[in-house]
Every structure is written in C-alpha cells, then in structure tokens.
Write a protein that binds this ligand. Structure first.
Ligand code: PEP
Ligand code: MG
Length: 305
C-alpha cells in the first residue's frame, strides 16, 4: 500500500504490532526477517522503525505488565526497553542487521530526558559492536526520537544535539499536553489537537530541531489533517507521515499551496505579558539563532550529515 500510493518512505513502522501478534517474545531472527523484507521491498526508500512502544493501550499478556492506576503515565515504551534490556537488545540487533538491506532509521518513543536517549544510544552501540564481533552483516541507521511528551518539547534543544531527527507524535503529545486520556471517548469534546498549546509545542519543536540541524516530521494523526497543512509547512516541518491512503490527497494539497503569496501563518500568537518582563541581554534558550527557512519541506526529511 505504501508503494502503491507512491509514498516517499515509511515514516512510522509501529514495531509493537510484531509483539502484539505474537504469543511470546519474537526472536531476533523473526524480527530480522520482517524488517529485512520491509527494507528490501521499499527499494531504497527510507523506513523509520519505531522501537517497541508497548504498555498503556497496547498490551501483550506474555510481557506480564503490572496493572496500573494510570497506564498512560506508567511502565511503557522506552521505559520498558531501558529496564528490560534483553528485550530491547534483541530488537535493536534485528534492526541493525536489517539495515544492511535498505535505508533504515530507528526512533525511540516516549522520550522525556536526554539521559534516556544517551542510554538507548549506548545500547545500540553495544549491539553494533557485538554484531561486528560475531561477523554479522549490519547497516548504518539514522537515529531519531519521537517528540510526544511536553518534557521532550521543553528539552528539544538538548535532545536535538543527540539525534538526527525528531518525529512528533501528536496523538500522545495532545494527550499529555492537554491532560486528556486519548482512550476515553467521553473526553472527545475536549481532545482538541488544534489547541494552540499543541500547535505551539509543534512549532517550538521544529525551531529547536532546526537550530541543531535536526530534521523534524510529524507521525501522529495530525499530520494528515489537511486543514493544518499550510500551517505545518510555514512552521518549517520537513516531513509528514500519514496512512498510505492519505498520501496522494495530502501531496495534492501541498502542491496546490503557494507559500510565496499566501498570507502569514495562522499559529496563534503568545498572549502579551501582563507585567513588564525584566530586561536581560541573554538570549532565550528557544529563540531561533537564525530565521528558520519557510520552504524547506520535502517529502522525506533531510539527514543531519
Ligand atoms: C503518537 O503518539 O502520535 C504516535 C504516532 O504514536 P501512537 O499513536 O502509536 O502512540
Ligand atoms: Mg505515541
């Protein structure tokens, strides 16, 4: 479906489905077989594999995850991977091996701190060395993280120093920014992914990423919302990842946009300060060092190198 719809690549390969469709932990070879097939079939187009994002709404019995009061705030995703490293290493080894057969990127979900990214990268490096020592063929992978927590947005400058790309998970970013359970249909009237706080989070992330030569995409559902496409392009987003069926429609909308003559971005302006702020010479951490180019969008993002 991805190729039939002429997508530029796969922006979000949800690897947890391999685990959810299995009765026990999928082995390295089983995972390698799947990732290799995808990488090969994509014929050189980029495949971004998100590492295991299990927990909360995605449960597999054999993980024996504890019952939690607040699963969305609980033991999930990268937290499981950093605590149960054998599971994580099995997956990373499979991804590194598959990267020898195509253009593979890896991204870590639910990041809230720089130390998590450093830890995950150290594990990746450990796997790389082990595989080389074992004489296994491996490929280079581009490394990125999902920006789907307000903490990650606030630390985006520091996080961008660690990775080559950001992929904004607007489904969770909306849930955590608005403190609204995305699983609770009763709250649907309040779950507003056009909320100015969410849009400003996205804009902040793009600006921080670009300050550090990190490309920035959206892989949450909001990327497919064509009422926001112009806003996203004006913010400088480099990539939008949508369901295969949405690719051509979105591309048409993008091609019909004229960013040169259309009016200014519709991102809401911050409210004016109530009292006069103290004067300071120091630049703010999130202030762009140079103006972010408005037209750097491509169907697939730019690499750091
Ligand atoms: C997201 O949170 O926006 C996302 C893409 O991940 P998931 O929907 O799988 O949590
Ligand atoms: Mg998510």
């Amino acid at each position: 479906m991805v190729l039939d719809n002429d997508a530029g690549g796969i922006g979000l390969f949800r690897s947890e489905f391999i685990y959810l469709n299995s009765k026990t932990f999928p082995t390295e070879d089983q995972q390698f077989g799947i990732y290799k097939k995808v990488a090969e079939e994509m014929g050189g187009k980029k495949v971004i594999i998100r590492t295991l994002d299990i927990g909360a709404d995605k449960q597999a019995d054999y993980f024996n995850l504890p019952k939690e009061e607040n699963p969305a705030l609980g033991y999930r995703a990268i937290r499981i991977c950093l605590m149960q490293r054998d599971i994580f290493k099995t997956q990373i080894r499979a991804i590194l091996r598959a990267a020898a057969y195509g253009k593979v990127s890896i991204m870590f979900p639910m990041i809230i701190s720089v130390s998590e990214v450093k830890d995950a990268k150290a594990i990746l490096e450990e796997c790389r060395k082990e595989l080389i020592a074992e004489g296994k063929e491996i490929g280079e992978v581009e490394i990125g993280i999902m920006i789907e927590t307000p903490a990650a947005v606030m630390l985006a400058d520091e996080l961008a120093e660690e990775v080559e790309f950001f992929s904004i998970g607007t489904n969770d970013l909306t849930q955590y920014t608005l403190a609204i359970d995305r699983q609770n249909p009763k709250l649907d009237p309040f779950y507003d992914s056009h909320h100015p706080a969410v849009l400003r989070m996205i804009e902040k992330t793009v600006q921080a990423g670009h300050r550090h030569n990190c490309w920035v995409g959206i892989c949450g559902e909001l990327g497919a919302d064509t009422t926001l496409t112009e806003t996203f392009l004006r913010m400088g987003l480099d990539e939008l990842s949508v369901n295969p069926g949405g690719v051509l429609g979105l591309r048409k909308v993008i091609r019909e946009l004229d960013l040169g003559s259309a009016k200014a971005p519709e991102t809401p302006e911050p409210e004016p300060p109530k009292a006069e702020a103290p004067k300071t010479e120091a630049p703010k951490a999130d202030e762009p060092k140079e103006e972010v180019k408005k037209s750097r969008f491509s169907f697939f993002g730019k690499g750091k190198k």
